[in-house]
Design a protein around this ligand. Sequence first.
Ligand SMILES: [Ca+2]
Ligand SMILES: [Ca+2]
Length: 80
Amino acid sequence: MKTKLASGFILVAAIGFAGAALAHEMDLDQDGLYSYAEMLTEYSDLTQEDYDALDTNTDGAVDAEELAAAIDSGALPAME
Ligand SMILES: [Ca+2]
Ligand SMILES: [Ca+2]
């Protein structure tokens, strides 16, 4: 039982890590923000309007928190 729980935890941690790595990869200039051009590399059908909607604090860029919130709410599909 303990072993089963432990392996489940490792699996979840590995999936979380893979998602973070992909998001990091999408940030082409590594400034911690996802520009519209950078978002298009992963979400090719994203419109400027969609992008503006993701920028919930309206600072002109989508940050990791806004990206995670969009994926959590289903506004964006999770990266694979
Ligand atoms: Ca960037
Ligand atoms: Ca923002």
